[in-house]
Design a protein. Structure first.
Length: 268
């Protein structure tokens, strides 16, 4: 990854850390229900060593630390990791290692991570985004894996902005055709390997409003993760959002289908 791209990615996720921290609180029961299911199915136990890729503010990493032996959480955002650390400290947890790291740059030999974890999770993480990062993901697990991702996503404002700028959105998975999303591709890989799996879908929609100035910053940072915006394009972003602001407020409607897929790599 180019340094400019890495800095743009870190800047975007740092700017979203507070929002995701609130979301982690709002969806605590939903997350615990999933962990209950994984625990009942033998995916995690008190003796499990866990890797959470793209752990964010600790929505899963912290409750996992309450149920398992040790959790290692990775994220590109130092602010996300700060919230995660604070969440763990409030629970009195010390069995959690947090690393500011991009999964796309991880060297398994350096960290001695191949087969080092009982359970590996990538919940809505862009870090696992292609064949190479998926293969690395599967190599670090000696027992069980979990991935969730958008099967489809429609952003009323963000998609319209992409079309206006004539840019291909960077928020779609980049797995090879004919697979249209990460979950489809993972299913294909598991079928080819003869590994049984569970796949579920969840539909969700939400509305988000933010002040115009904040919206300009947000959408600009989002675009810069995948595109080098020219000065003229940046002006177009500002003009586009300004035209759609009502009382200096910008609104986004998002409809998604989230897929989750999890499996046991072995019975050990």
């Amino acid at each position: 990854m180019k340094r400019d791209d890495q800095e743009a990615t870190q800047s975007f996720w740092d700017s979203r850390a507070l929002h995701f921290n609130h979301m982690a609180d709002d969806r605590e029961q939903e997350r615990r229900a999933l962990l209950d299911k994984l625990e009942a199915g033998g995916f995690i136990s008190r003796e499990s060593r866990v890797l959470d890729i793209g752990c964010g503010p600790g929505g899963y990493a912290v409750p996992l630390a309450e149920r398992t032996k040790w959790v290692t959480g990775l994220d590109v955002s130092s602010k996300m990791l700060q919230f995660c650390q604070e969440r763990a400290e409030k629970k009195g947890l010390s069995n959690l290692t947090l690393l500011e790291m991009d999964w796309r740059q991880v060297d398994l030999n350096t960290h001695k991570w191949e087969g080092a974890f009982d359970f590996v999770m990538a919940s809505m993480s862009p870090g696992v985004h292609n064949v190479e990062t998926l293969e690395t993901f599967m190599k670090v697990s000696r027992k069980a894996c979990y991935i969730s991702a958008f099967v489809s996503r429609n952003d009323s404002l963000g998609d319209a902005l992409d079309r206006h700028l004539q840019l291909k959105t960077g928020f779609r998975d980049t797995f090879p055709a004919p697979f249209t999303n990460k979950i489809d591709y993972v299913e294909h890989v598991l079928q080819q390997k003869g590994i049984p799996f569970t796949r579920n879908h969840l539909s969700r929609c939400w509305e988000q409003s933010m002040p115009l100035k904040e919206a300009i910053d947000h959408y600009s940072k989002r675009l810069r993760m995948h595109h080098s915006l020219t000065v003229e394009q940046q002006k177009e972003v500002t003009a586009f959002l300004t035209q759609r602001a009502v009382d200096d407020d910008v609104k986004e409607m998002t409809d998604v289908i989230i897929g989750e897929i999890y499996w046991l790599q072995s019975s050990k």
